[in-house]
Design a protein around this ligand. Structure first.
Ligand code: GDD
Ligand code: MN
Length: 377
């Protein structure tokens, strides 16, 4: 097999030469034809020069240079080159700063040989770890990034969704449209994982110890975090039509709420009476649309009576929240048009409504129940 380790570098002059050297022994142990492809974005510290020097000693080292557009953009360029020019059967992602142990390469490759298509060097499975010296802030970014990826983007069976140490089958990558991932930075990791899952890839996680770099510094920036946050929701939208429908229903609820509110005001009804009536009408219209459209496919095993009761509890809560917000804002900002306070009242109610209705009122039956239910039909 032809194995290509893609090493993105930006200012890794202190690390890249040593890493190229350190990879040679584990390469030997794999028994495969292994190469390194450094993707350097014209690092001002002379990283490319050090790679060229290493090329004289190690013929299996390739260098690709380009403009700096982010970690994801570098990986996309590198992977394309590895597949087309180097005819890779397996492509590795790996950091060039020794956070990933070169001696783990054969272990990841072994998991691939055992049948996986997408192997993750995972910090968040039994036996893996993040650096003990990581500051609370860095820990939080990593943990919450993974939580978001798992529960919002829907990657939940995977424990380490943002890992940058991975071995991927070339044929899987050839089936993925790398040019249309729409990511430039670190969000690449979850975007690629998402596509791999869409392709039905067999994903395996191998525990690794991620160690902090000792030379140079991390390039993770604010821009990466913002792109990551947006990408998580984008993947969520793509994966669940349910969420899209929920947004549409929510939009219709806003129209119904403000429409009824305005009609009542025009009919001479006082605003503190018109507000809860308009809220209640929109809560009912939202429930009906969600019940018969958004969550229609959810094979709930609960009785309609139970669902109705839960719906009433959720409605009351949403009504209280929404009306409470309206009253508070109306008194705090009497000069605002009442429609504005009424609209702002919708925001907290929508969140509570979706969470409670999705996970409680219209909750999916647990797998065993669902199976029994299907058999019954
Ligand atoms: N070519 C190129 N262009 N390389 C880049 C760029 C870029 O814009 N940004 C970062 N790199 C390279 C770095 O030089 C390094 O070799 C590797 O990508 C990882 O960058 P670090 O800056 O060291 O990342 P990190 O340690 O903060 O993040 C690691 O953990 C994250 C999850 O916690 C990486 O493994 C990430 O991929 C991972 O998502
Ligand atoms: Mn690093």
């Amino acid at each position: 097999m032809k194995v290509v380790v893609v090493l993105p570098t930006y200012n890794e002059a202190e690390n890249v030469g040593r890493l190229i050297h350190a990879l040679q022994a584990p390469f030997e142990r794999t028994g495969h034809d292994c190469a390194i492809l450094v993707v350097d974005d014209r690092s001002p510290d002379g990283t490319a020069g050090i790679v060229r020097e290493a090329q004289r000693r190690h013929p299996n080292v390739h260098l690709l240079e380009g403009e700096r557009r982010g970690l994801g953009a570098a990986y996309i360029r590198g992977m394309r080159h590895a597949l087309r020019e180097l005819k890779a059967d397996v492509v590795f992602e790996m950091d060039a700063d020794f956070s990933h142990d070169p001696d783990d390469v054969p272990r990841l490759l072994k998991a691939l040989e055992d049948g996986a298509d997408f192997v993750i060097g995972s910090r968040y499975v039994e036996g893996g770890s993040i650096p003990a010296e990581w500051a609370p802030q860095r820990r939080a970014i990593s943990r919450w990034g993974n939580r978001f990826a798992r529960y919002i983007a829907g990657l939940s069976p995977v424990r380490d969704c943002t890992a940058g140490f991975r071995a991927i089958r070339g044929n899987l990558l050839r089936d993925i449209d790398l040019d249309h991932l729409h990511v430039q930075g670190y969000a690449f990791q979850i975007a690629l994982l998402y596509e791999a899952r869409l392709q039905g890839a067999r994903i395996a996680e191998v525990p690794v110890h991620f160690v902090d770099r000792t030379a140079g510094e991390s390039k993770l920036g604010m821009k990466d975090l913002v792109e990551f946050g947006l990408n998580v929701w984008w993947l969520r939208l793509r994966s669940s039509a349910t969420f899209g429908k929920f947004l549409l229903v929510g939009g219709s609820g806003v129209v119904v709420n403000l429409g009824v509110f305005t009609l009542l005001l025009n009919a001479g009804v006082g605003k503190f009476i018109a507000s809860p009536i308009a809220i209640e009408v929109s809560v009912v219209s939202n429930f009906l649309l969600n019940n018969y459209w958004t969550f229609r496919e959810r094979k709930s095993t609960q009785r309609v009576r139970v669902k109705g009761l839960k719906f009433n509890v959720v409605s009351l809560l949403a009504l209280a929240l929404s009306y409470g917000t309206f009253v508070v804002l109306s008194h705090a900002f009497p000069e605002w048009p009442p429609q504005l306070s009424q609209f702002l009242g919708i925001v907290p109610a929508t969140v509570v409504n979706y969470v409670l209705n999705s996970y409680w009122t219209f909750q999916k039956a647990p797998p065993a129940e669902r199976r029994r239910h299907r058999r019954r039909r």
